[in-house]
Structure formats: structure tokens, C-alpha cells
Design a protein around this ligand. Structure first.
Ligand SMILES: [Zn+2]
Length: 127
């Protein structure tokens, strides 16, 4: 991939990383004990909630945030992995077949880890 395209995807990835970081901040607090880890917070709901209904709402919100944090955290790891690959000169290569990833796929998802033929296998890749 030429430098112009690499710079383009790097910029897209950096922008996406900013967005997911903002999202994580709105959903939780950084976990001081786990590098890169986040703890869900119950959002804006009144801290002094004592009624059972309110408490149930808070727990529900907290559980929802936990799920989202997990999902967005995985997204963030993918973005960081892609940025590291750019530095290593290994960006845009399918992690399963080693073939170049189609550019329109990268355009749709700059942190894609596989080519189109292996889209279904991407979820099976482990960190
Ligand atoms: Zn592939």
C-alpha cells in the first residue's frame, strides 16, 4: 500500500480511536488495576436513588454499559492493533490468509483484520 493511502487510513484510525475513547469515558471509568481496562459506571442516574424501581434502573443501566464497554473496548483494541501494523509496515494484510485486504473493505472498516473471503472468521481471531 502506498504512503498516501497509509496516511489516509492512519488518520481515519486515529479519529476512530478518539471517538471510542470518548464513548468509553461516557460509559465508565478507567480501571486502575487493568491497563486498558474500563469499569462501567451507572451513568447519569441519581446517585441517591433509594426506591427499588430506581435501583433496578441503575443496575440495568450499569449492566448495559458493561456490555457496551466490552464491545467498544474490543473495537479500541482493533484500532490500536491496526495502528501498530501501520508502524510495522504490515497494515492491510489478512490475518488468516496473508492476502491484501480489499481497499473498499478497509474504507468501510479501517481496523478490519481479514480480507472479504475471511470476514466470517474474523470473530474467531483472538488477541
Ligand atoms: Zn483472507
Amino acid at each position: 500500500m502506498d504512503h498516501v493511502k497509509l496516511a489516509h487510513f492512519k488518520k481515519r484510525l486515529e479519529e476512530e480511536r478518539k471517538l471510542v475513547e470518548q464513548e468509553l469515558k461516557s460509559l465508565g471509568v478507567q480501571d486502575e488495576h487493568t491497563p486498558g481496562g474500563w469499569d462501567a459506571t451507572p451513568g447519569d442516574i441519581d446517585d441517591t436513588a433509594t426506591e427499588p424501581d430506581e435501583l433496578a434502573d441503575r443496575i440495568e443501566e450499569l449492566e448495559g454499559n458493561e456490555g457496551e464497554i466490552k464491545e467498544i473496548g474490543a473495537q479500541k483494541r482493533n484500532i490500536e492493533r491496526a495502528l501498530a501494523k501501520i508502524e510495522e509496515g504490515a497494515y492491510g494484510v489478512c490475518e488468516i490468509s496473508g492476502h491484501p485486504i480489499e481497499e473498499d473493505r478497509l474504507e468501510a472498516n479501517p481496523s478490519a483484520r481479514t480480507c472479504k473471503a475471511h470476514i466470517d472468521d474474523e470473530s474467531r481471531l483472538t488477541d
